[in-house]
Ligand binder design. Structure first.
Ligand code: F0G
Length: 473
């Protein structure tokens, strides 16, 4: 692996406790084969999410000490407000404890029952918050964004022709359009500046505001610089600012590109929307100058939003994800191409075609990665999104069965990711031995967090299924 080496050195370390395969077999059984229920201290490389898992810098830790904990008018808020205004150009800045609260406040303010909210692809919480407020959440990503093997540069782009049609057909029923940068649910794929500009133009023509779901704005700006014609010499910070300038506001989970463990914000130009949001904010989060966070969290977030635009950091960060993706892909493991900004997505349907969707091929791979190697990824497939058809009772599978390996920022070294690559390749090599699972106890919604499962008995449910591999230690 040859990505740019770590542009930092390590000042504080968190010790990892090695576990044996035997222990992991037991922990998996106790957790009902649900990796959300496995104790984190038994995991060697935790790739469950890149959200809230970043390592803060010495400057961020130092910033915590100057946090002003005043209930109202804290100087940490004013510093934060200025940082976000300088970055986004938006006038009204509302801190929240994380991204989904920004979504909740925004949609409950601007959405009326019967409305529609288009996006390239809504992230789960965005979709849920839009729907909860009474809107239909519509995904309008370009067609190649749904083709795992397609190697496009900007597979997160909005299909602007379809957006134009939706805005025409639903005149007066679309309070805002969202654009997710990068597009997490489509594999962390970026949106080009040209596409953001075209999306903004369609929105303007219809008089509809455009909001960015900006969790990974810096990673998106990096891809624009690297891949978009004529952008190679523009600093990433200028690209980010130029993209924000095309919109009217954004929701932000700073747990990603804010490089903090908790925090988020909502930013916008519309003063009347912002006033309404603040009334609700006081009810559910806190006073508008802290919004569900401590003053010190605001300080760490301000510093993180500056550091994340450092191009040496981004070269390392995106390089780390790319090299992991290329290492497994070059060894024949099917993944969403090209690797995204924050994660590598394994194509579970292609890896384990012998496991039908209702026996969760993605979960079978995730279980094998943990049991054999102590690595935790997350299934994004039938366990997370599948459901039973209410009419027939038959399981309905989502279009893709994936395992996401999300890379926390500044946390794992090159050697640890080389270990992940080798482990994924080994699981793939022995893929015929992967076993499906069935749910023994479900939950009415978001079942992937809490369901318990068991492995399908070999030779009983699927006589054609191969035997389990010999135990490894
Ligand atoms: N939007 C996108 C694109 C996200 O990826 C997330 C979170 C959110 C909004 C919500 O932010 O968690 O701070 O409330 N994604 C995490 C993930 C959970 O693992 O992809 P939040």
């Amino acid at each position: 692996m040859s990505f740019p080496a770590e542009p930092f050195r390590i000042k504080v370390v968190e010790l990892l406790k090695p576990t044996t395969r035997e222990e992991r077999v037991r922990l998996l059984e106790e957790a009902g084969y649900n990796l959300f229920k496995v104790p984190a201290e038994s995991i060697y490389v935790d790739l469950l999410t890149d959200s809230g898992t970043s390592a803060m810098s010495d400057r961020q830790w130092a910033a915590l000490m100057v946090g002003d904990e005043s209930y109202a008018g804290s100087k940490s808020f004013f510093r934060f407000e200025k940082t976000v205004q300088d970055l986004t150009g938006y006038r009204h800045i509302i801190p929240t404890h994380q991204g989904r609260m920004a979504e909740n406040l925004l949609f409950h303010t601007v959405v009326k029952p019967g409305d529609a909210v288009p996006n390239n692809i809504h992230f789960d919480t965005t979709r849920a918050n839009a729907e909860q407020a009474g809107a239909e959440a519509i995904d309008l990503v370009v067609p190649e964004g749904l083709d795992p093997a397609h190697r496009g540069s900007f597979k997160g782009n909005m299909d602007t022709a379809r957006l134009d049609r939706v805005l025409e057909e639903r005149k007066g029923r679309v309070p805002l359009v969202m654009l997710t940068i990068t597009n997490n649910s489509g594999g962390g794929q970026p949106v080009s500046m040209a596409n953001a500009r075209a999306t903004a133009a369609v929105c303007r023509r219809h008089g509809v505001p455009l909001f960015f779901d900006a969790c990974r704005f810096a990673e998106n700006a990096w891809f624009v610089q690297q891949r978009e014609e004529g952008m190679a010499n523009t600093p990433v910070g200028d690209i980010a600012r130029a993209m924000f300038a095309l919109g009217d506001g954004c929701t932000m989970s700073a747990k990603k590109d804010g490089l903090v463990n908790i925090g988020g914000f909502l930013a916008m130009n519309d003063g009347s929307w912002s006033d309404q949001v603040k009334h609700r904010l006081i009810l559910v989060e806190g006073f508008p100058t802290y919004g569900g966070l401590a003053g010190r969290d605001l300080e760490a977030m301000s510093q993180g939003l500056i550091e994340v635009l450092d191009e040496d950091y981004l070269a390392f960060r995106i390089g780390q994800v790319r090299e992991l993706g290329e290492a497994v892909s070059d060894a024949g493991v099917p993944i969403i191409q090209p690797p995204g900004g924050h994660a590598v997505y394994l194509d579970a349907r292609a890896i384990a075609p012998h496991i039908p969707p209702h026996e969760f091929p993605g979960q079978a791979i995730a279980v094998a990665l943990y049991r054999d190697y102590g690595i935790r990824g997350v299934e994004i497939g039938s366990l997370m999104f599948g459901h039973d058809d209410p009419a027939t009772g038959q399981p309905v599978a989502p279009p893709l069965e994936l395992v996401r390996l999300a890379i926390p920022r500044r946390v794992y070294t090159k050697a640890q990711l080389a270990y992940v690559a080798r482990s994924v390749i080994e699981v793939h090599r022995r893929r015929e031995a992967l076993r499906g699972l069935r749910i023994t106890q479900g939950a009415p919604f978001l079942r992937h967090f809490t369901a318990t499962l068991e492995e399908v008995a070999v030779g009983v449910a699927r006589p054609e299924a191969p035997a389990q591999p010999a135990a490894r230690t």
